[in-house]
Design a protein around this ligand. Structure first.
Ligand SMILES: [Cu+2]
Length: 227
């Protein structure tokens, strides 16, 4: 299977809205036109910059004949990796990716480094990440502990996002490994949200946890080192 990404009209420029079209086709180039609903959507698109400092998770509209489209924008010029995550009808989950170029002035590029402390503050929330282990090839439980940043009180009324307590995307620092992550209890509402995954190899991985509270979606990034 193949996912092809294209921009209308022709190219994407930093800071400008552009129509991104995704065409899903089989190995013979025929459109794949039936999809299973997975996490409430037919297609999940993850877009990251080369240095993984930029992350976007969006859901294009299905236009039929294996084609999806959405209006989106990019903050700076440079290379972006787009991942299409979907389940063809009767098939197994697929993640297909491609690098695309965005015109315009490049942003500053940083090396992906493991965080020294796994606490992040965003959107009025303080989120602490704990890993049950950090060894390649072993199942690891990721626990996100979500508190109010001011009162430090645990938030126990998280709302479902994409049908579960949260959604986590993990990429290796070179963006070559896209990890599938599953909530251990989809119906949890906080303050703890737990997920299980397996890191395939040693190295630095970046992850983004996405949660919803009071109707507001928030995204917390973490970078961890796996031995
Ligand atoms: Cu999604």
């Amino acid at each position: 299977m193949k996912a092809s990404f294209s921009f209308a009209p022709g190219s994407a420029k930093a800071g400008e809205s552009v129509k991104l079209t995704v065409q899903i086709a089989d190995s013979e180039g025929k459109p794949v036109s039936d999809f299973e609903v997975n996490h409430e959507k037919l297609l999940h698109l993850i877009i990251v910059s080369r240095d993984l400092s930029f992350f976007k998770h969006i859901h294009p509209e299905y236009e039929g004949n294996g084609q999806f489209a959405i209006d989106t924008s990019f903050p700076a010029g440079g290379d972006y990796n787009i991942f299409a995550d979907f389940v063809p009808k009767g098939g197994t989950a697929a993640t297909l990716s491609e690098w695309v170029k965005v015109e315009g002035e490049a942003g500053q590029q940083a090396v992906v480094q493991a965080d020294r402390t796994l606490v992040q503050v965003t959107a009025g929330k303080e989120v602490e990440l704990t890993l049950s282990g950090a060894k390649a090839g072993e199942e690891v439980t990721l626990t996100f502990d979500i508190r109010d940043a001011q009162s430090k009180e645990g938030i126990a009324n998280l709302e479902p996002y994409l049908g579960a307590v949260g959604h986590v995307v993990i990429l290796s620092a070179d963006a070559k490994q896209y990890l599938h992550v599953h909530p251990t209890d989809e119906r949890a509402t906080g303050p703890k949200a737990q997920f299980a995954t397996v890191f395939p190899k040693s190295g630095v991985y970046k992850m983004w946890g996405q949660f919803q509270h009071n109707g507001q979606l928030f995204t917390v990034p973490f970078a961890v080192e796996v031995k």
